[in-house]
Design a protein around this ligand. Structure first.
Ligand code: FES
Length: 587
């Protein structure tokens, strides 16, 4: 690996005419029309005379509570753009919020990405600021922007303040999982369970654990797509607005330098992100989203890369759900720059990757201080020594599956048990409350038909709750296997993203109650102890039983074109960078 510290400088000046001049730069009928309609907003003539037009791509929505402060945040970006001599133009895109949207915000990630791509390409903008926050809004906007390849900078909304329940810090999501298990086990009352709702979510912002939103914010920062400290500043901290303001100023310079997202998103920066994900104890969802982002930029990225570059990396960040603290603590301890410094000092970064501020990743982070070694551990005192996402393969997952070691139970990392099978999530809900269910602590819970096409939308149900009778007996974890995803705020020995999914007749579809399954995370194996001939015969039977039903609408487009988890779940026709030229456009 090239880990030298030579400085890779951004281009210094823009020789090219502004892209927006194709709309506003002509003194003819077309220029008249483009300018005239924009002037109905009170925009003065001099704003059309060679100033960079900067799009602010906003995922604000009151139905996406994690992004509900984005009108204010956009205002800070706008002021920065104006100060730097640009012209801000804010536009909305589909806001796929995690907490409300059914059946899963993952179902609409690609819809949002299409919206973003076409909004950027079709409009007179020279550069774009992506306002992201809640889980899927980050990959959706980066995917769409990558396919256009204009100068792009990401501003994240920031995490909520620490939750406070009965005098203790509590984390978003993670508290829900724990308290609902406690309630089912009879350890707490319904009133206590419900009282915790307001305690958990004390301010606007994203989940305050190292869930998917925080993970993707760290991915963005490690990829160099944002300014330093973008990941962790709390949503309501004034420094978040300052970062937004400076980002607004910076995007104008990026346009002037013609510094495009393709210069930041590289094979090397993706490997930095994989290593960062291990160091932060990040969400398994990053595996899917980074693959989709890489494919938009036409960069190779495989599950083996997670194995090769990530698996041996120690988890340094002691945040829930793997550890103890929350994002607010992470920021006060030094934030992601402190983590990147520790990785860089250990020779685990491509240091010369270019970032949005025009400096290299190492120039930005080599002096970063750490103020709390318990929140951000040192390399020789990690939270978990092999913290990277574990990639599993075997006859049960020929195209791979993932497990998050830092959230799993060490005693279950090598395990053999009998399958207890749920054909769908509804089937799981029907069966799980039955105390007569033939299941014990050694059983392996298998959930089918929750993959990209199966559910559809690959919901975060892979961390299915344990049978109540086992919870009451004090069991806190069991091996669970599915083609679903898991919330980044969740924990447990949970095998996810099994590919091919059951709906596509992957071997997962063939598992029956009582089959033996062997998991070995050291060996990276996941085996169904059933002969190949028997698996094949069971799958043939299932194929004969399959009925095809057309759903219509977006759902039909999704089912017909979504790819499997190992391919990033993008639509097959959206892969690639199509650039910013408008097809067939002429004046
Ligand atoms: Fe929006 Fe967690 S639900 S970030």
């Amino acid at each position: 690996m090239n880990q030298d510290n030579k400085t890779k400088k951004a281009p210094t000046s823009a020789q090219k005419p502004l892209r927006s001049a194709q709309w506003f730069g002509t003194q003819d009928k077309n220029g008249f029309m483009y300018r005239s309609w924009m002037k109905n907003q009170g925009i003065p003539e001099h704003h059309f005379q060679g100033k960079p037009i900067i799009g602010i791509c906003n995922t604000w929505s009151e139905l996406t509570p994690c992004n509900s402060h984005f009108r204010e945040l956009a205002e800070s970006v706008r002021r920065g753009i104006l100060e730097a001599g640009g012209v801000p133009v804010e536009f909305p895109v589909f806001s796929n919020g995690e907490s409300n949207l059914r059946p899963s915000a993952m179902l609409t990630r690609n819809l949002a990405a299409m919206d973003v791509e076409e909004s950027i390409r079709g409009n007179p903008i020279d550069g774009v600021v992506l306002l992201v926050g809640c889980d899927k809004t980050t990959p959706a906007l980066v995917m769409g922007a990558a396919s256009c390849d204009l100068p792009t900078i990401v501003v994240t909304g920031g995490p909520m303040l620490n939750g406070k329940h009965k005098g203790k810090d509590v984390g978003s999501g993670t508290l829900v999982w724990r308290m609902s298990e406690d309630y089912k086990a009879g350890k707490i009352s319904l009133q206590e369970f419900m009282d915790a709702e307001a305690d958990m979510s004390r301010s606007t912002g994203t989940c305050n654990t190292m869930g998917t939103a925080s993970t993707m914010a760290c991915m963005v920062e490690s990829l160099g797509l944002s300014l330093p400290q973008n990941a962790a500043i709390p949503a309501v901290d004034a420094r978040r607005k300052t970062l937004a303001y400076i980002s607004g100023m910076r995007i104008v310079e990026m346009v002037q330098q013609d510094l495009r997202i393709s210069q930041l998103l590289t094979r090397e920066s993706l490997i930095n992100a994989i290593r960062t994900n291990a160091a932060i104890g990040g969400s398994t969802n990053a595996v899917i989203h980074l693959k989709a982002i890489a494919a938009r930029m036409e960069l190779p990225l495989t599950l083996e890369d997670w194995q090769t570059y990530g698996q041996q990396i120690p988890t340094l960040v002691n945040l829930q759900p793997s550890g103890q603290f929350l994002m607010e603590d992470f920021y006060y301890a030094g934030g992601l720059p402190a983590v990147l410094k520790r990785l860089g000092d250990a020779g685990l970064l491509y240091k010369d990757c270019l970032t949005a501020n025009g400096k290299t990743l190492w120039e930005n982070n080599q002096q970063a201080p750490c103020y709390n070694d318990d929140v951000i551990r040192t390399i020789d005192n990690p939270l978990c020594s092999n913290g990277g996402i574990c990639i599993l393969r075997g006859n049960l997952a020929p195209r791979g599956a993932v497990l998050k070691p830092s959230a799993a139970s060490p005693h279950l990392m090598k395990h053999r048990g009998r399958a207890i099978v749920f054909d769908s999530f509804d089937h799981y809900k029907e069966r799980i409350m039955d105390d007569a269910l033939d299941v014990d602590a050694n059983s392996v819970m298998v959930l089918k038909n929750c993959g990209p096409k199966g559910y559809p939308g690959m919901p975060e149900v892979g961390n299915m709750g344990l049978p109540p009778k086992l919870l009451r007996a004090g069991i806190t974890d069991m091996v669970r296997i599915s083609d679903a995803r898991m919330s980044g705020t969740a924990f447990g020995t949970v095998v996810l993203h099994v590919a091919p999914e059951a709906q596509e007749f992957g071997p997962l579809a063939a598992v029956e109650d009582g089959d033996w399954i062997a998991l070995d995370t050291d060996a990276g194996s996941l085996e169904l102890e059933v002969s190949a001939a028997e698996i094949s015969a069971r799958l043939d039977t299932l194929r004969q039983q399959k009925t095809h039903k057309k759903t219509g609408g977006y759902l039909q487009l999704y089912i017909e074109h979504v790819m499997q988890a190992d391919e990033g779940c993008d639509f097959d026709f959206l892969v690639g960078c199509r650039g910013a030229d408008v097809p067939g456009h002429s004046h």
